[in-house]
Design a protein around this ligand. Structure first.
Ligand code: BGC
Length: 506
């Protein structure tokens, strides 16, 4: 290849910018991700049941930017073949997508399985495999069937059984071909962010109880679905199962804030990881203690963080085959000064810590208000996980940049380059066993309360056109080139028409 020749040539001349070798280890896999409600549309196609995002976006258009909703989204319900073609153009090793629970089980329960839903996912899975692309499937990416929400949703302890029944249907239908399963995407968002703010479906604000009860039930649901795979499917299908956690990294703002930063990490990462990945299981002790003390101060006779029984602890502990990490952003944290307004943020716990959170002064903002760029955060987070839970296999299951659009997305190219470099450093210098990287996202899609105003796609989607055409951005050429060369030693495209390094791929 021309490029490899250039690198060798530079190496001979000793030119540093291209001699530094940013090649990924053999066998390292690249993918891209999406999620059912964000791309599928077809919200009431055939026998599909209504889910909490259908209901929330229809009932509360005022909460969502431009009153957008996912009724049509990217129309992937009809355009799945184009999605596969794009995955092929990029040269992806795998494509991560989620199943819409209510497309497969319209009532949410397992007494009736939709033929249409089954056919849709079979087509997608078979089409990907025929193109040499592995499917990585998430069972739940935030779109709970409405009938289950009406029974309390994630705050009803029976959800663990409903979810496990759904998992059984999915493993039975697709487990012969799907070898990587993620049970639940980002418990912290569906529990903490949703119930702390009320601005995500189901639109219920209940910071003290909803968020914490949901957290416990989500962990139990994941664990039961994992155990089910172990007992009924693993020996036949030999797949791997985990859950995907959204991790925000925290750096101490001053040397005095180290302990506080550690508590913040336990609050965001530990609450959803310690019960599963630590040797002892259960809530992180520092968080359990903090929540118990604060609950007492507020007059509760019990902690608002529901305890686990010993049996529940054992059920949850060890229910993983790898760690799946979604990562976008970081924060500096410091103790609040006397009388200073303290952080509440989207996550619970912070209001009890007397802390102030901020981005670093030189961290670049993005189109998502909560998102500032800090590439070393992704490495710091992986090292923390390895140190706390052991030397296991890691996958990055989401990472990408928010912009306001445009095909010449040099900022996205720089983002991918800088974050991928940090991952290579984690692999080489910190010995992190990272095997997969997933770009968020394949194409622009319904970005929750930001509607279609914020863009994360490698492909641009025209949401004004009923056909929802998809066009590759400059970053798509860049990512394809990285995948093809298995290396960051590639020439960056100058704009969306510059296929210098990617001409053969796209
Ligand atoms: C979610 C995606 C979302 C992305 C960007 C992740 O937390 O899994 O659904 O689009 O962040 O906000």
């Amino acid at each position: 290849m021309f490029l490899q020749r250039v690198v060798v040539f530079c190496a001979l001349l000793g030119v540093s910018w291209c001699t530094e070798d940013w090649t990924f280890p053999e066998g390292f896999k690249f993918g891209a991700a999406s999620a059912s409600y964000q791309v599928e549309g077809g919200w009431n196609a055939k026998d599909k049941g209504e889910n909490i995002w259908d209901r929330f976006s229809h009932a509360h258009p005022e909460i969502i930017k431009n009153s957008d909703n996912g009724d049509v989204a990217c129309d992937s319900y009809n355009q799945w073949e184009r999605d596969i073609e794009m995955a092929k153009e990029l040269g992806l090793d795998f494509y991560r997508f989620s199943l819409s629970w209510s497309r497969l089980l319209p009532t949410g329960l397992d007494n009736y399985v939709s033929e249409d839903g089954t056919a849709y996912y079979n087509n997608l899975i078979n089409g990907l495999l025929a193109a040499g692309i592995q499917p990585m499937v998430t069972l739940y990416h935030w779109d709970l069937p409405l009938p289950l929400q009406e029974l309390g949703g994630w705050t009803n302890p029976l959800i663990a059984d409903w979810f496990t029944d759904y998992a059984r249907v999915a493993y039975s239908l697709f487990g012969d071909r799907v070898k990587i399963w993620l049970t639940i995407n980002e418990p912290i968002v569906i529990c903490d962010v949703a119930y702390n703010t009320g601005v995500l479906a189901p639109g219920i604000r209940s910071p003290e109880h909803g968020a914490n009860i949901c957290t416990k039930n989500v962990l139990l649901s994941h664990a039961k679905a994992y155990r089910l795979y172990d007992t009924e499917f693993r020996s036949r299908y030999h797949g791997e199962v985990s859950l995907a956690n959204q991790l925000v990294w925290f750096e101490p703002a001053t040397a005095d804030d180290k302990e506080l930063a550690e508590i913040a990490i336990e609050n965001v990462t530990g609450r959803y990881s310690h019960p599963i990945f630590s040797k002892e299981g259960g809530w992180p002790p520092v968080i359990e203690k903090m929540m118990a003390e604060r609950s007492k101060e507020k007059g509760y006779s019990k902690s608002v963080l529901p305890p686990f029984t010993q049996e529940e602890k054992e059920l949850i502990r060890g229910t993983y085959d790898f760690y799946a990490m979604n990562h976008y952003t970081s924060r500096l944290i410091r103790k609040a000064k006397e009388g200073e307004h303290t952080a509440t943020w989207y996550f619970g716990g912070f209001r009890d810590m007397n802390a102030v959170l901020s981005p670093g002064s030189d961290w670049k903002p993005t189109a998502s208000t909560w998102f500032y760029q800090y590439p070393p955060g992704i490495r710091g987070q992986l090292v923390w996980l390895k140190e706390h839970y052991g030397d296991m296999k890691f996958m990055i299951t989401e990472n990408g940049l928010a912009t306001f659009g445009g095909l010449n997305d040099q900022d996205r190219i720089d983002y991918y380059e800088s974050y991928l470099k940090q991952l290579l450093l984690a692999i080489r210098e910190d010995g992190v066993k990272l095997t997969h990287y997933t770009a968020w996202t394949l194409m622009d899609n319904f970005e929750w309360t930001d509607g279609y105003s914020v863009k994360y796609g490698l492909y641009e989607v025209d949401f004004e056109d009923p056909k929802r055409p998809r066009v590759p951005r400059a970053s798509a050429h860049y990512y394809a080139s990285i995948i093809k060369n298995h290396s960051l030693n590639v020439v960056k495209p100058k704009n969306e028409n510059d296929r210098l390094t990617a001409r053969e791929e796209l």
